[in-house]
Design a protein around this ligand. Structure first.
Ligand code: AMP
Ligand code: MG
Length: 494
């Protein structure tokens, strides 16, 4: 590496905002960092030399032991509603934004270390991350990206060579997370609760320039910003629903303004379908259950709208009316996105009146049969060009009910023009076979934490990086858990 050329061309726009937006803080070095996995493809996308990242100097950065001179590490301030309760100050308690990079196509992204030590926002926490959550976020967020879901990414995972104290003593790790930005609804709430309208305006201008540049110069850019975030989140949550994904902790501090999935704490993919499914150990009331996610998204967006009201003009009633109008669009936008994805999953290229009922009845049959979410859709795709629906049918004890539904589906397909083989191919590319199922994720974490064996983690990363491909010999990874493998609860692990 040329001595005068910095290894990463950081370009830090958030750190140029006023100091009350963050705390400047260096990461706290770890004892014996060691690289677990590096996302070379993502590094390349970002215009970062993967060879350098894998070098001792690169590892020093990924572990937070020594940052390049042009990094400008900050802990971002934010607030948030946690399970409905407002906390006026949360902030990066165990993460640091070390800088932003602009990739070859002009896209700006945050590079953040998670597990990098205490900050002004740590409260009682140690600022560290256990290895398990680092591995979970790496494998699940990368799988989500491969399945076309808007998400933060994982650039690298390292072990710290230190232990962290949770319920037990666990090995520690640091994740390098990449995001379009880490601005959340909670970031707006942080300034709104302080009555800091100037900061709200600066923040809104920052996110418009960064995520919604097409809104610069429109007549009411802040109202348009609300509408854009409503739309982005409607699309995002619909894409979770298409995969049986349960985020698990949809607090407003985990709700991204860029519309990306963020915070892979207690998340999980459902095996057996039921809309009330919850995994998170702390979600006692089922607030963040699978079927509740669209309602919560709408609720979170309402909290976002409230923070923007001071920017909507001096007339308060008029401001509220404008906010309400944008918020009221959510259910329809969500529904459209949901249905569009379900049509792709079931092989429909155009929309028809009867589709909504077909979707609803399939989900009802799945719930009654406790059918595996992923296998049901994959099975329908696999057999889409065949006479016999044996693969999916095997999941339904009520074969007559399932056959009745298949009859209606086939009838509906008669209005489609695609050849059966082409339809099958397009359905196979809309219905993944290999996802990071909960029991697989748990098993890879166990192997790493208890036996220092990262083989299963690497293997799961490889398998789920090709979610739609047949992978001969790996079929066992497509299966739901055996009774003794079932994971009933997930933990934030913080
Ligand atoms: P999360 O539930 O992961 O979204 O975190 C909620 C809040 O708790 C954020 O402000 C985090 O920074 C903070 N937090 C979580 N874990 C830790 C930790 N180990 N040390 C310090 N702060 C933490
Ligand atoms: Mg969070």
């Amino acid at each position: 590496m040329n001595q005068h050329q910095p290894p990463i061309r950081f370009d830090n726009s958030y750190a140029a905002l006023p100091e009350r937006f963050y705390e400047r803080r260096d990461p706290l070095p770890v004892a014996r960092p060691s690289l677990i996995r590096l996302n070379r493809e993502l590094a390349e996308d970002l215009g970062i030399d993967a060879g350098w990242l894998a070098s001792p100097e690169g590892l020093d950065m990924l572990a937070g032991n020594r940052l390049p001179d042009n990094a400008d590490p900050i802990a971002q301030a934010y607030a948030g509603h946690q399970f409905g309760n407002f906390v006026p100050q949360l902030g990066d308690g165990r993460a640091l934004l070390i800088g932003e990079v602009v990739d070859g196509s002009g896209r700006r992204r945050d590079i953040q270390l998670k597990g990098s030590g205490r900050t002004a926002f740590s409260r009682g926490g140690d600022g560290r991350s256990a290895l398990g959550p680092v591995l979970r976020e790496y494998v699940v967020s990368e799988a989500m990206a491969r399945m076309g879901v808007a998400t933060t990414r994982a650039l690298a995972a390292v072990t710290s060579g230190e232990q962290v104290l949770r319920e037990t003593v666990l090995p520690g790790g640091v994740l390098t997370r990449v995001a379009s930005s880490h601005v959340r609804v909670g970031t707006f709430q942080y300034f709104a609760v302080r009555g800091d309208t100037e900061a709200l305006r600066l923040l809104a201008d920052h996110v418009i320039a960064r995520h919604y540049p097409q809104l610069q110069g429109v007549e009411s850019p802040y109202v348009a910003l609300l509408a854009a975030v409503v739309e982005a989140q409607a699309r995002l949550v619909a894409s979770w629903m298409h995969l049986g994904f349960i985020h698990g902790v949809m607090n407003t501090d985990n709700f991204s303004i860029a519309g990306e999935t963020i915070d892979y704490g207690p998340c999980a993919f459902m095996d057996e379908f039921h809309p009330s499914t919850v995994f998170s150990s702390i979600d006692h009331a089922g607030r963040y259950a699978y079927g509740n996610q669209p309602h919560i998204a709408h609720w979170n967006l309402t909290r976002f709208a409230e923070t923007l009201l001071p920017l909507f003009g001096a007339d308060e009633d008029a401001a509220v009316a404008r906010a309400q109008e944008r918020l009221e669009a959510f259910p329809e936008l969500f529904n459209q996105a949901l249905q569009a994805g379900l049509r792709r999953k079931l092989g429909f290229t155009d929309a028809r009146e009867e589709d909504a009922e077909l979707f609803r009845d399939l989900f009802q049959l799945m719930a009654d049969a406790k059918a595996d979410f992923t296998l049901t859709f994959r099975g329908l795709a696999e057999d889409a060009a065949a006479e016999d629906m044996g693969t999916a049918r095997a999941l339904f004890a009520d074969a007559a009910g399932f056959d009745g539904w298949v009859g209606r589906w086939r009838e509906r397909l008669r209005h489609e023009h695609a050849e059966p083989e082409a339809r099958r191919a397009s359905m196979l590319s809309a219905n993944p076979k290999y996802i990071p199922r909960n029991h697989l994720v748990e098993a890879t974490i166990q192997a790493a934490v208890e036996r220092d064996d990262f083989g299963p983690f690497h293997e799961l990363c490889e398998i789920t990086s090709r979610p739609y491909d047949e992978q001969p010999g790996r079929e066992i990874y497509a299966l739901p858990p055996q009774p003794e493998e079932r994971v009933l609860q997930t933990f934030c692990g913080t």
